[in-house]
Design a protein around this ligand. Structure first.
Ligand code: AQP
Length: 333
């Protein structure tokens, strides 16, 4: 069976972007039944930038609750945190020795996050994509559902697999397919249609957080930046209108329809009419998830047990692949 791997960082503050760009697809791929699905809280990635230790622990449990509240069933999928499966870090070291400095320097996420202060960024932040390649390839995953912002990292994962196979003359690591699908692969900021919705944006009004209550959601959507024109009647009319397109994409994704399918319902409406519709839909879809997250996080011990069981199952797949990798490289084990 084809195998899916994907992860989310427990760096605090989950947004509608994480939900529509990643989590909703994770759940669909689990429920399709066509794939073996492996989902991970990538805590080792999170610490590439400073994380307060107590907050990291709490955020990892909260993220686990988000996975389960959104529909990931830890019996159907393998659900765990990365640190519990040491094979990720072990394979990442091998990949650190396969990947080239030049590849890493070209990564836009590195350039954005390290910014002008690259000398002072952690070595882990620079090597982030090699660990991500290891996350995926330690399971020989064939499909990786992610948001659009991760496309370049997935190309690097393919390059690592190709170079490893070539250098050692093997056909061992698969060439992974990114799965960037749906109507909201890039959810944009509510304040600026040219920036992605992000938990690290200083303006809370720019994003919908998974924990926002109904009033906060409605208010943020009401205040979302738009142009003054009513919505166009056809999807094509959204092309040069990033803010309008973003809100319509969110509406379509939340209602499990395509943009073309929602246009007959909302086309031509002024924002004063469309925004309350969007707010109602968002509250409808998101509040059961946040309520379930609150219920699950009330029992951290149960979350920890679930993640420990998931890690055991993950290691059953990862350990033999790491062993074989060591043999290929010529490491005595
Ligand atoms: N705005 C978004 N639209 C679509 N997909 C998104 N994802 C994140 N933001 C959007 C997808 O969520 C998954 C988890 O990503 P992550 O753990 O790497 O989180 P992130 O991208 O670091 O989240 P932020 O909010 O963007 O944090 P900062 O600001 O720190 O970079 C991925 O599949 C990602 O594509």
């Amino acid at each position: 069976t084809p195998r899916v791997f994907s992860g989310i960082q427990p760096s605090g503050g989950l947004t509608l972007g994480n939900y529509l760009g990643a989590m909703k697809r994770f759940v669909q791929m689990q429920d399709e039944g066509r794939f073996e699905t492996i989902y991970c809280m990538v805590d080792l990635h999170a610490i590439t930038v400073w994380q307060d230790p107590a907050a990291l622990t709490a955020n990892t449990r909260e993220l686990a609750a988000f996975f389960m509240a959104a529909g990931i069933d830890p019996e159907k999928s393998i659900l765990f945190n990365q640190a519990r499966v040491p094979e990720h870090a072990q394979l990442a070291w091998i990949f650190n020795c396969v990947a080239r400095m030049g590849w890493m320097k070209r990564m836009t996420q590195w350039k954005d996050k390290a910014g002008k202060n690259a000398e002072n960024a952690s070595l882990g932040l620079f090597g982030y994509p090699a660990l991500m390649a290891a996350d995926i390839l330690i399971y020989h995953a064939t499909h990786v559902p992610v948001g659009d912002d991760q496309k370049q990292h997935l190309e690097l994962t393919r390059d690592v697999a190709i170079k490893f196979n070539h250098d050692f003359g093997v056909d061992f690591f698969p060439i992974t397919e990114p799965v960037i699908e749906g109507e909201a692969t890039r959810v944009m900021s509510l304040r600026d249609g040219s920036k992605k919705m992000s938990k690290s944006d200083p303006s809370d009004a720019s994003r919908i957080n998974m924990g926002d209550d109904a009033d906060a959601i409605a208010q943020k959507i009401r205040k979302a930046r738009t142009d003054p024109e009513p919505l166009p009647s056809e999807a094509e009319g959204l092309a040069e209108r990033p803010e309008a397109k973003n809100l319509v994409s969110i509406y379509a994704a939340l209602s499990d329809r395509t943009i073309a399918e929602v246009m007959p319902e909302i086309g031509g409406k002024p924002f004063s009419e469309f925004k309350p519709m969007l707010a109602d839909l968002a509250v409808d879809k998101l509040s059961p998830i946040s309520a379930e997250m609150r219920r699950l996080t009330a029992d951290p011990a149960e979350i920890d047990r679930t993640l420990a069981r998931g890690a055991e199952r993950a290691r059953e797949i990862a350990a033999p692949i790491l062993q074989r990798t060591y043999e290929i490289v010529g490491l005595l084990t």
